[in-house]
Design a protein around this ligand. Structure first.
Ligand SMILES: Nc1ncnc2c1ncn2[C@@H]1O[C@H](COP(=O)(O)OP(=O)(O)OP(=O)(O)O)[C@@H](O)[C@H]1O
Length: 302
């Protein structure tokens, strides 16, 4: 599959502070990619650089084969974005915003109606935006980002301020658009939500890319455990210690899963010491746990 975005060795400083350090990653067309990392890691800065919002010291950003910089925005004609706070005019209604942002040649009234329905914003779309709540503004910002049916959409914390129903509606809309071929780069701290959406994640910490991986590979490599209850846990601990089998927790017999036939081996080992396995639970790390493990293991130092 071809890349819709490549970022190569991007370096950005604000004054003396290096904020992005040799950042490289790619986004394949049609994928939903999550950009995650701690506060201040550089996620918004990457997104702003991709959108040509400022100059960077070195590196290369290419969208659909065309280079983007602060003075070269041509490639951005097919990109929709919501970055930080949606730029909304308080004295215009939501509808006026949509009409103003609509790409007249290609966007018909139906597209406006369609996005209003999909995001469920019809009840207040004719009110002035100054009376909108945070979540209402956020939804209008998302509507504006998606309105012109861009091929590539960049969303910075799109679930900010959204209630659970709106979050679900947005998730469904993103999944629907992705199925039709739209590519997404999404940052979010709501990892439980991101997990339901993304095909891949790019992890950034302290201005450096720590990892780019598919969700599948992340959960396979990082997240499967066997939790055993035995007829004699104390004795089982000693057996595992002697055999060099590492337990993940002090208060549980929790073993990282490394292969499909591992359980058979564990049963044989314990039964050779007259210990029965009473119960086996299969535990799976969620994105949050996997990510915290990853950031602990690969911590980027200044
Ligand atoms: N205009 C600016 N001038 C100076 N420093 C900046 C500027 N914009 C961002 N920074 C710094 O760059 C670093 C990365 O900021 P950025 O907003 O990209 O992080 P983030 O990963 O999006 O964080 P969060 O999750 O908190 O939104 C931070 O240390 C921030 O203080």
């Amino acid at each position: 599959m071809s890349d819709i975005l490549t970022v190569e060795k991007l370096n950005k400083s604000f004054g003396k502070k290096k904020v992005l350090k040799d950042v490289s990653f790619n986004v394949q067309a049609g994928k939903i990619v999550g950009l995650v990392g701690p506060n201040g890691a550089g996620k918004t800065t990457i997104m702003k650089a991709i959108l040509g919002l400022f100059e960077f010291q070195s590196g290369k950003i290419v969208i659909n084969g065309r280079e983007v910089s602060s003075v070269n925005h041509q490639a951005l004609s097919e990109v929709g974005a919501l970055i930080e706070y949606p730029g909304i005019y308080p004295f215009l209604t939501g509808m006026q915003h949509l009409e103003l942002f609509a790409d007249n040649e290609t966007t018909r009234k139906e597209d406006i109606q369609n996005i209003i329905e999909k995001l469920n914003i019809g009840s207040y779309i004719n009110r002035k935006a100054k009376a909108y709540s945070l979540g209402m503004k956020q939804k209008l910002g998302i509507a504006l980002a998606l309105l012109n049916k861009p091929k590539f959409v960049i969303l910075d914390e799109p679930m900010n301020g959204l209630d659970p129903k709106a979050t679900k509606e947005l998730r469904n809309l993103i999944l629907e658009l992705a199925k039709e071929g739209t590519t997404f780069l999404i940052s979010s701290h709501i990892l439980s939500e991101l997990e339901k959406l993304v095909d891949e994640i790019v992890v950034i910490d302290n201005g450096k890319i720590v990892k780019q991986t598919s969700m599948e590979a992340l959960s396979d490599s990082n997240g499967n455990y066997l939790v055993l209850t035995t007829s004699d846990d104390e004795k089982a601990r000693k057996v595992f210690a002697t055999e060099g089998i590492k337990l993940e927790k002090a208060d549980q017999i929790k073993i990282r899963k490394t292969s499909d036939n591992q359980l058979t081996g564990l049963i044989q080992l314990l039964s050779s010491h007259q210990i029965d396995i009473v119960d086996v639970q299969h535990e799976h790390n969620d994105l949050e746990t996997s990510l915290l493990d990853l950031l602990d293991n690969d911590q980027v130092k200044e």
